[in-house]
Design a protein around this ligand. Structure first.
Ligand SMILES: Nc1ncnc2c1ncn2[C@@H]1O[C@H](COP(=O)(O)OP(=O)(O)OP(=O)(O)O)[C@@H](O)[C@H]1O
Ligand SMILES: O=C(O)[C@@H](O)C(=O)CO
Length: 433
């Protein structure tokens, strides 16, 4: 019976969290969307954690709340006793939501008091100091995230930003309290709750801080955060007798065959990775305006390009563009329609290249991954070893009995410059089952 039920607001975030839990010795499965009542229920007998991957980060608030509540009730019915709402380590959201409204709905359903919100992920250079989120040495709002196509992050003060999304006040546990350890953190949280706060941003600069936070909040029903804050929870639950011994991460079956990279992320790290791969391998830029003018022809030409090259090594198709180019497209089509148009195209392209024999896919971008994984009819992902912090290889369970399909879903800002080709090298050298 699983102890931990997780609700992730996008698909790359879900694999990121699942990968961290596996690294901390929890047997973890990821399901795509809330399983329907009539669908085959995944076997949870030997599982410690279940991650439900939603695509709820940028949908209307009411829909995000509704989907998250349905995920929660499915996880509760599956026996979970602790819950984790996985949000982006760059806190991707708008002044309306969806982090605050979803966190408050989950609190309400769980009859939970104050819960923490901590997107810190020091292994990926996200730290929080006095409530301000840094990406590397830059404030979030000066890190490139202020140009995000869907959720421009223009304020690094998370207490203020989350406060705009919530009904109940947001407090802060600063790093000097966190550094004093779990008891100090717990008493700071209790004091904030007593003062009527519903949420607390918790500072963290390194993994020791995250482990102390994990120990402090292990009894709480709900934690909201990035995958970083999850690393402290499993050991704390083991110490409390709630969780069994560590289990080694499952290996994946060997997957061979044509390799394709699809990138719909315009984040700074992805832009560098696309430029790096374009200099080395066949690559095609997808033009959203051409897609708008003639979607069928543009998609057919893109699929033909991929299938012509994919037998000879990894090949790239991307819509990745600089902020000015993205803005020009959005001015013409509208922000949401531009995003949805590109996502629909990647979904169709992925279906076509897999039908044509592609077996190994790297997808960059959370929304893009959501579109691709849904388009491919994937119901669950088996989590394998990490390629880099936050990005594991996975093998997809799909309707029907096709050959295995390996997927790596890369968050926009994760990974070094050579990530795309490095991912396939990592897959080739991986121990297999
Ligand atoms: N050239 C473009 N013009 C306008 N919109 C684009 C363009 N290229 C991609 N998009 C859209 O931008 C959005 C990028 O979001 P996505 O979540 O895929 O990437 P990301 O935010 O970098 O990744 P993550 O959420 O993992 O950090 C998608 O909706 C995508 O369709
Ligand atoms: O936390 C992160 O940065 C990622 O897992 C993610 O959610 C990107 O979409």
């Amino acid at each position: 019976m699983p102890l931990l039920g997780c609700i992730a607001d996008d698909f790359t975030g879900a694999t990121d969290l699942a990968s961290m839990l596996v690294r901390e010795g929890m047997r973890t499965i990821q399901v795509i969307g809330v399983p329907e009542a009539h669908a085959a229920t995944p076997d949870l007998a030997d599982v410690d954690a279940v991650v439900v991957a939603l695509k709820s980060r940028t949908i209307p608030v009411a829909e995000a709340v509704d989907q998250s509540r349905r995920a929660l009730s499915w996880l509760r019915a599956a026996g979970c006793e602790r819950f984790f709402f996985k949000v982006c380590s760059t806190f991707d959201s708008t002044p309306e939501g969806n982090i605050g409204p979803v966190a408050e709905a989950l609190q309400e359903d769980l009859h939970a008091g104050l819960s923490i919100a901590c997107p810190a992920f020091p292994e990926n250079n996200r730290t929080i100091v006095f409530g301000h989120l840094f990406v590397g040495h830059r404030l979030l709002s000066d890190s490139g995230m202020q140009h995000h196509p869907l959720t421009p992050m223009t304020d690094a003060d998370l207490v203020r930003w989350l406060g705009r999304q919530t009904r109940r006040p947001v407090g802060l546990v600063p790093w000097d309290v966190v550094a004093r350890g779990p008891a100090a953190i717990r008493s700071a949280l209790d004091a904030l709750a007593k003062d009527g706060h519903g949420h607390a941003i918790v500072d963290a600069l390194d993994n020791d801080h995250l482990r102390a936070i994990g120990a402090a909040v292990a009894p709480d029903p709900l934690v909201t955060g990035g995958s970083g804050v999850a690393i402290g929870l499993p050991d704390a639950w083991r110490a409390a007798g709630l969780l069994g011994q560590r289990t080694d991460a499952a290996t994946l079956p060997r997957v061979e065959g044509p390799a394709v990279v699809l990138s719909g992320s315009c984040s700074t790290a992805t832009r560098g990775q696309v430029a790096w791969m374009t200099a080395r391998r066949p690559a095609l830029a997808l033009d959203p305006l051409a897609l708008f003018d003639d979607p069928d022809q543009t998609i057919d030409a893109t699929v033909a390009f991929l299938t012509d090259h994919m037998a000879d090594g990894p090949v790239l198709v991307h819509a990745t563009a600089a902020p000015d180019a993205v803005r020009a497209v959005q001015d013409r089509l509208g922000r949401e329609e531009a995003g949805a148009l590109v996502e629909r195209a990647f979904s169709a392209i992925a279906r076509a290249v897999v039908a044509a024999g592609a077996r190994r896919l790297v997808v960059a971008g959370g929304e893009t991954s959501g579109a691709v994984v849904s388009g491919l009819g994937v119901s669950a992902l088996r989590i394998g070893p990490m390629i880099c912090p936050g990005v594991p290889w996975t093998v997809a369970d799909r309707a029907g009995d096709g050959p295995p399909l390996a997927l790596a879903l890369k968050s926009g800002n994760f990974g070094a410059e050579d990530f795309f080709l490095g991912a396939f090298d990592a897959l080739d050298s991986m121990e297999t089952s």
